[in-house]
Every structure is written in structure tokens, then in C-alpha cells.
Design a protein around this ligand. Structure first.
Ligand code: TXA
Ligand code: MG
Length: 324
């Protein structure tokens, strides 16, 4: 059931009272708190089990409000905001005074975006302020793309869940460091590198492995309970069957070119051919394989173009070592 007007009013009231609201965006569901309320923001970190040094994204209702949240809006940031907002793009800029350090994890920069989802925009409009929100999952695990995922994962830790149906994009926003003259990508996501480069008229650097600039990007993110093993596409079937023979409960993300193969494994998901459909389904597939009792997931990386870059980034993170 998609949230109605009374749900939006109720959710805005929860935010004003310092509570936590999970809400849909076009990328994934967010776990929101009043971005200017340090105590509420601290509750977000606690609910997620997230270290307080991992900064949150501030969601705002429109590009016209950007200047209220940052120290300055450089020309590149303005251009990108005008082109891609509302949409799956997050801009990192110098922190405005009203943003508490709790929200930015102690950084002098702040991440801001305008989500492209009617329920999120209605919530931001009813609330009137900025909503600090990470993805609404426990730290390190798979991001939620439905309200059911949020409830299953966070339960009572969230005061109110707005249901807006399944997320359209399915992977998180692209994060661009726009503090200087030369913007760079800190996390690939829903807006493709190619689309950013077309608007900027130049090549963009992708620093997606940097741990310093984006602490939330260290390995073990976006991970299901099952261990994820990445192999070449043509080895997926043979590796999966070998692991199954060795006693694993194997889940397979079967590449499109092998969609007709009969695989002797515990559970098989045929990956869609379209990158948009793959991105939309990715986190749901990982959750499904967990639910079906798989302890090992065999997958391959898509071609790293367009949305394939973000999908490959998430699969690599999911296959990385677990938090120590
Ligand atoms: O699509 C999305 O971006 C979703 C929806 C809910 O908007 N949100 C999301 O939030 O993915 P989260 O917290 O799961 O990831 C936010 C990322 C983290 O990797 C964090 O380190 C980075 O943004 N980040 C936030 N503020 C930053 C800053 N000032 N400088 C660099 N990275 C920052
Ligand atoms: Mg996240």
C-alpha cells in the first residue's frame, strides 16, 4: 500500500518530534531523521549499528534549497544539480553552519541530494527541513528496496515506515565530490558516469575504492549472509556445481548468456539482460538467495559501463571481507 496524505503528515510529525522515519526513494529506502537534530541523527547511527564516523546524506526538497545547506555552491555543483535533481545523484560540498557534525560524521563537508520519488518529495515538503538518511539496513548488509525489507531488517528500531512500493532504480545514488573545480565520483550509482561526463563535457575520475573520502565504502558493504564468490561469466555454472557437490547450499546469479543452462545448485536467479532491470532487482536477488537458505552465492561482474559500473561495485563490496 502506497503512503497517503495522512501517512505523510504523521511521518513529518515523527521527524519533528526527533523520531526515525523509513521512506522510499527512487534508489533504495532511507532511514530518516531531522538533519539538524543531533540527538535524532545519533539514533539513526544506533538503529543501523553504524559507526558515528560514517557520514549521512541530507535529503532536501529541491535544488533551490541547496544553498541553505552548504557553505558555497560552485558552478559545477550548480550545473549537476540543475541537470540531475530530483534524481540519484548526491553532491558532496562544504558543510553549511546549520548541519551538525553528527550528521557529517565529523567532516567539514556534507552530502546532499534531492530524491526523485513522490512519497519522499511529499515528506520533505510536509516536514520543511532536511532529512538525514542512510540506506535503511543494518550496517554492512544489503540495502532495502521495499518497505517489507525495511520492516524485516530494522523492526522496532524505526518509528514509522512509509511504503512507496518497490524502488525503481535499485542501487544507491552516485556520489560526486563537487567541493573543488574538478568533480570526481566517490561512489558509482544510479546516475551513470557517462551521463555526468556528457553534461560536464569532460572525463571524470572514479575514486570508488578510496577509504579516506568515503569511509562507508570499505569492504563488506551491501553483503548478504551468504558468502559471495565472483568468477568469470563462463565459469559461473561449473563453479556453482562444484561448490554444491562439496556440500554448500549454492545460490547462483546466472549471467544472461547462460539463461537456458540447467544448473545443479540450490537456487538459481537468472540475471536480467538489461542493466536497469538488473540494478532494480540486484538487492532483492541477494535477499532472496539468503532467504532460500544459500550459504554461498556464485556470481560474475557485468560489463562496467552505464549502470553496470554501480552493479559491479556493489558485487565487489558484497564479496569483500566481513567487518572485523
Ligand atoms: O541512494 C542513496 O544515496 C541512499 C538513499 C536513501 O538516498 N542513501 C545512501 O546512504 O546510500 P548511505 O548512508 O547508505 O550511503 C551514504 C554514503 C556513504 O558511503 C558515506 O560515506 C557517503 O555517502 N558520504 C556521506 N557524506 C559524505 C561526505 N561528506 N564526504 C564523502 N562521503 C560522504
Ligand atoms: Mg548504505
Amino acid at each position: 500500500m502506497t503512503a497517503g496524505t495522512s501517512d505523510i503528515e504523521k511521518a513529518a510529525g515523527v521527524l519533528r518530534a526527533g523520531g526515525l522515519v523509513a521512506f522510499p526513494t527512487e534508489t533504495v529506502y532511507g532511514l530518516g531523521a531531522n538533519a539538524e537534530d543531533s540527538a535524532a541523527v545519533t539514533r539513526v547511527f544506533r538503529a543501523k549499528g553504524r559507526p558515528p564516523t560514517h557520514p549521512l546524506i541530507v535529503h532536501i526538497g529541491g535544488a533551490e534549497h541547496l544553498a541553505d545547506w552548504v557553505e558555497e555552491v560552485p558552478a559545477t555543483a550548480r550545473l549537476l544539480a540543475e541537470h540531475f535533481w530530483p534524481g540519484p545523484l548526491t553532491l558532496v560540498l562544504r558543510r553549511g553552519r546549520r548541519v551538525p557534525l553528527e550528521t557529517t560524521g565529523g567532516l567539514e563537508t556534507v552530502a546532499v541530494r534531492v530524491p526523485d520519488h513522490p512519497v519522499a518529495l511529499a515528506l520533505l515538503s510536509a516536514f520543511g527541513g532536511g532529512v538525514a538518511a542512510p540506506s535503511a539496513n543494518r550496517f554492512g548488509s544489503v540495502s532495502p528496496t521495499t518497505a517489507q525489507h525495511v520492516r524485516a531488517e530494522l523492526g522496532d528500531a524505526v518509528d514509522f515506515v512509509l511504503d512507496g512500493g518497490p524502488c525503481e532504480v535499485g542501487v544507491e545514488s552516485t556520489i560526486v565530490d563537487a567541493t573543488g573545480d574538478t568533480a570526481s565520483v566517490l561512489r558509482p550509482g544510479g546516475v551513470t558516469r557517462e551521463d555526468l561526463e556528457a553534461v560536464l563535457g569532460r572525463r571524470l575520475e572514479v575514486h570508488s575504492t578510496s577509504r579516506v573520502r568515503v569511509p562507508g565504502q570499505h569492504p563488506s558493504h551491501y553483503a548478504p549472509s551468504a558468502r559471495v564468490v565472483l568468477v568469470e561469466p563462463e565459469k559461473v555454472v561449473v563453479e556453482a556445481e562444484l561448490a554444491q557437490e562439496l556440500g554448500h547450499q549454492v545460490g547462483v546469479l546466472l549471467p544472461p548468456s547462460f539463461a537456458d543452462a540447467a544448473v545443479k545448485a540450490h537456487a538459481v536467479v537468472s540475471v536480467p539482460d538489461s542493466m536497469a532491470a538488473y540494478a532494480r532487482g540486484l538487492y532483492g536477488f541477494l535477499r532472496e538467495l539468503d532467504q532460500r537458505g544459500c550459504d554461498l552465492i556464485v556470481a560474475s561482474l557485468p560489463v562496467e559501463q552505464g549502470l553496470g559500473l554501480a552493479i559491479a561495485n556493489r558485487l565487489r563490496r558484497a564479496a569483500g571481507p566481513r567487518p572485523s
